[in-house]
Design a protein around this ligand. Structure first.
Ligand SMILES: [Zn+2]
Length: 340
């Protein structure tokens, strides 16, 4: 088809359709302009001042290795290169245009398989790329500080070993007497996720543990996440009450049995409950996520709205993942997670 013919055809379309096409073209042009390696090097330049091992800024340049600048941290005496831990380190093809195509496919909600076929890469490669990108998004969760009225709640998802070869077998129930009490409520078959968000739509989602959550679990998840003047709103779970008391956090409890309940006109947990429902529904798109990769998906969900509503979503995603220098470390740590 001749270009002039395409033009005529577009001009003959209803105005709304024409606008839609122009918008999509603008998006395409915007995406073409994105240079991930350039975003990455500017993020690295600002990050290179900080030691990836101990976060100290007391660092100096320390020669070059294969043309890559090395740094020495005066605080912990360890060396690092600026490529340390970037999400696409040693991803042979994961640079430039192919990576961009992959990220667009990810943003479009494609499955790992579909992204693989779009980018003409192997399925295991597609799996690796997806999880490196999602692990890189964890930096956004690490950085977030919730402020003002903060709603927090825990939800449970079934523990899943999808795709794992050595599936843990359930012990056979042998000689279980009829008088033995049945296991009630929340068992180890469930994973607990703590969802917290403030009224500026900042979200924090983290897998806390397997089974019932304790005060310690909440402490581990919320430590450093609440600003000094935040007011925590939760249901009346005793672990939350204990956590708030120990840490001297202003706390409003909302009766779990009356989720619509609003205290003093503003304290409630309706937003966080809505987020929980949206998250569960969204996870259904992936046909059951293995628990070991659940946190990666939570990282994604936490920033999903920010990416989708950005003027150029691909650019937003690029900036977010290029700000991370510990994606590989996060992936390597997965087998040691307490809830696996
Ligand atoms: Zn250091």
């Amino acid at each position: 088809m001749e270009i002039s013919e395409i033009q005529t055809r577009i001009e003959n379309l209803p105005l709304d359709d024409q606008n839609l096409i122009y918008k999509q073209l603008v998006n395409l042009v915007n995406d073409l302009d994105i240079d991930i390696s350039q975003i990455q090097s500017s993020q690295k330049a600002s990050e290179s001042r900080h030691c990836p091992h101990c976060q100290s800024s007391h660092t100096v340049k320390n020669g070059k290795e294969h043309g890559v600048q090395r740094f020495l941290c005066r605080s912990c005496k360890r060396c690092y290169r600026v490529t340390t831990g970037t999400f696409n380190a040693r991803m042979r093809k994961g640079k430039g245009e192919l990576l961009k195509l992959y990220m667009k496919s990810l943003l479009g909600g494609d499955s790992i398989r579909k992204s693989a076929s779009k980018c003409k890469i192997a399925v295991p490669t597609s799996f690796q790329w997806r999880h490196r990108i999602l692990a890189a998004l964890q930096t956004q969760q690490t950085k977030v500080i919730l402020d003002g009225i903060v709603e927090s709640d825990d939800i449970f998802l079934p523990y899943s070993q999808k795709g794992q070869r050595n599936i843990e077998r359930k012990p056979r129930k042998r000689g279980k007497g009829i008088f033995e009490p049945k296991k009630r409520g929340i068992s180890d078959e469930k994973v607990a996720i703590i969802i917290s968000q403030d009224r500026k739509s900042q979200k924090h989602l983290q897998v806390a543990t397997r089974g019932r959550i304790s005060e310690k679990n909440i402490e581990e998840v919320l430590d450093g996440k609440l600003s000094k003047n935040s007011i925590l709103c939760t249901d009346s779970h005793p672990s939350y009450i204990a956590y708030a008391k120990t840490n001297k956090i202003e706390h409003k409890t909302i009766k779990a049995t009356a989720k619509q309940y609003i205290k003093e006109g503003k304290y409630h947990i309706q937003h966080v409950n809505q987020t929980a429902n949206e998250m569960k529904k969204w996870l259904d798109n992936f046909n059951g996520v293995a628990t070991k990769y659940l946190q990666n998906y939570l990282n994604w969900f936490a920033v999903l709205k920010r990416i989708e509503t950005a003027q150029i979503p691909l650019r937003e995603l690029s900036i977010m993942i290029c700000a991370s220098f510990d994606a590989i470390k996060i992936i390597k740590a997965i087998p040691n997670l307490s809830y696996i």
